[in-house]
Write a protein that binds this ligand. Structure first.
Ligand code: 0L1
Ligand code: MG
Length: 259
């Protein structure tokens, strides 16, 4: 680690303020190029601590960089994760107030709810047996950095750009969710199509990687937690006054409106 606990708290406060005020800031590595991934995850943990101190519950985790194309684009070779606060969840059909965001984007995902804890490297059978339900999901990402530009250390410190999520109806984990067609609509127009297979080849891998990364960071995925397994479509910029919906084969439709 390159920075001390006081600096970690100060950087987390700066990112937290930026998120709460909807104001973009300079990437943290501009002032502190020495920051490493351990520092970044420590800052992220401190962001979660700030949420908890405000009375928010940590609801689960989100995976990022789950497509090889995005890893290549960012010049990174591993996945990242971020923490989901319970307050980030928007009910299906809710209104998302854009004035509370900076430059939000939406992407179509699959989510899992766990029925037992997972930690460290796990087999596909262990991962599957830990799933209570599989759900269609929309993730709203919003980098706190100017122009949505960052390196991997910046984005991990910024909680993997997590901003919000919407969950659809839960389905049995026994279903085959390996290759489900997904369509993202904006105001009724198709803007992205994809397949759940785009999530690391199989969405279960998103969960296995979440368990692995949790183990590496001394954490654990808990029963009842949500895991956003990764994006199956590219992220699309949101604008005020639009209706966003996603249709996921065999899992149904979900959406929200922006204002
Ligand atoms: O959920 C995601 O895949 C986003 C991860 C962070 C990178 C980005 O903001 O695009
Ligand atoms: Mg995502």
């Amino acid at each position: 680690m390159a920075i001390d606990a006081t600096t970690i708290r100060a950087v987390a406060r700066r990112l937290d303020d930026a998120a709460r005020q909807g104001q973009a800031i300079e990437q943290v590595t501009v002032q502190m190029p020495e920051l490493d991934l351990d520092d970044a995850y420590a800052i992220q943990a401190q962001l979660a601590a700030l949420r908890i101190a405000r009375g928010e519950r940590i609801a689960g985790v989100k995976m990022g960089f789950t497509s090889r194309a995005k890893m290549r684009q960012m010049g990174v070779s591993d996945l990242i994760w971020g923490r989901l606060g319970a307050g980030m969840e928007l009910p299906d059909g809710a209104v998302f107030d854009m004035s509370t965001a900076i430059h939000p984007r939406v992407e179509t995902e699959l989510a899992f709810i766990l029925r037992r804890p997972l930690c460290g490297p796990v087999s596909t059978t262990e991962a599957r047996n830990a799933i209570e339900a599989v759900l269609p999901a929309l993730e709203i990402i919003d980098s706190r950095y100017r122009d949505f530009r960052f390196n991997v250390v910046d984005v991990v410190a910024d909680n993997a750009s997590a901003r919000g999520f919407v969950l659809g109806e839960p389905a049995s984990a026994r279903m085959d969710f390996s290759n489900l067609g997904m369509v993202l609509h904006l105001d009724g127009q198709v803007v992205q199509t994809g397949s759940s297979a785009a999530i690391l080849g199989h969405p279960l891998r998103g969960l296995m990687e979440a368990a692995r990364l949790a183990g590496e960071r001394g954490a654990r995925l808990e029963a009842g937690e949500i895991v956003l397994a990764g994006a199956a479509t590219a992220a699309v910029a949101l604008r005020p006054g639009c209706h966003v919906s996603a249709t996921v084969q065999s899992l149904g439709r979900l959406g929200f409106t922006t204002t």
